[in-house]
Design a binder for this molecule. Structure first.
Ligand SMILES: C[S@@+](CC[C@H](N)C(=O)[O-])C[C@H]1O[C@@H](n2cnc3c(N)ncnc32)[C@H](O)[C@@H]1O
Length: 267
């Protein structure tokens, strides 16, 4: 179970009476959930969608990239033809990073050092998202790329969780930092995302009884409890096409992947 799942159980229903697992186990499991999502994992569908969309966006990455706010750098294996370096704020729950960021999130390297910047699930945690994007812009060479994911609709999850975006809002903010936006990809959309939110609420709080709807929701909770992979099998069979899409008519999504470029050509 993820740390968040554990925290949810404790704060939500008091059902977890056990002590939390040691941090290195939590980190290893968190890394596994992201790199090798399995049906029945608390956020399987979402982590599959994010991994697949990142793989598509990064398939031709070359040169030297920076994982900016790397944490455990869960997507490093997607860099098969490029070198990936890591940067993070010292003292967090991260693996040791190649570059220690200062308190304002600045990286001590010259302008245009990297061919690309990868940023996954960082933007919602930074105090000043504009400053973070401006620093990403500075770090990338002219013509270099930014591949960034952050949340659309997602539960509040601690660790200084500050912001949420729409796809258009994220594109606008990246443009304000100077980037040319190639595309925004909506991840885990419509019912695929909605069912995940229902699962999380049910797992953390259960569902109160009360008429037909209460019965249906309790049945959903029971199936998920007894046979966790069942919901994910259904989500894959019925809504795989809503895993990632650039369709403008999709209004509900758990996450957004932005692919952008710094204007100019390499020196
Ligand atoms: C939720 S973790 C995501 C880690 C990793 N990118 C991933 O996908 O698992 C958020 C990360 O952002 C880092 N962070 C927080 N504020 C930052 C800032 N201003 N600049 C860069 N990284 C920051 C944290 O130290 C943490 O490692």
């Amino acid at each position: 179970m993820s740390l968040l799942g554990w925290m949810g159980m404790v704060s939500g229903s008091g059902r977890a009476a056990t002590a939390p697992p040691p941090l290195d186990e939590v980190m290893a499991e968190r890394f596994r959930e992201r790199t090798d999502p399995r049906r029945g994992d608390w956020a399987y569908a979402h982590f599959v969608d994010l991994r697949d969309a990142l793989a598509e966006a990064l398939h031709d990455a070359s040169g030297v990239w920076l994982d900016y706010g790397a944490g455990t750098s869960p997507y490093r294996e997607l860099f098969t033809t490029a070198e990936l370096q890591t940067a993070d704020i010292p003292g967090g729950e991260s693996y040791p990073a190649d570059h220690a960021l200062d308190r304002d999130g600045r990286c001590p390297v010259p302008d245009g050092t990297f061919d690309g910047v990868l940023s996954t699930q960082v933007l919602e945690h930074v105090t000043d998202a504009d400053a973070y994007l401006r620093e990403a812009y500075r770090l990338v060479r002219p013509g270099g790329r930014l591949v960034l994911s952050t949340h659309g609709v997602w539960e509040e999850h601690g660790g200084q969780d500050l912001w949420r975006w729409t796809a258009d809002g994220l594109a606008l903010q990246a443009e304000r930092a100077g980037f040319d936006v190639d595309r925004t990809v909506k991840l885990t959309c419509g019912p695929r995302g909605l069912l995940l939110l229902l699962r999380w609420y049910g797992r953390d709080h259960g569902w109160p009884g009360g008429g037909l709807i209460g019965l249906v929701l309790r049945a959903l909770w029971l199936v998920d409890r007894l046979l966790p992979p069942a919901m994910d099998t259904y989500l894959d069979r019925a809504f795989r096409d809503l895993g990632h899409t650039t369709r403008p008519d999709v209004p509900f999504y758990l996450d957004i992947l932005l692919v952008a470029r710094k204007p100019g050509s390499p020196r």
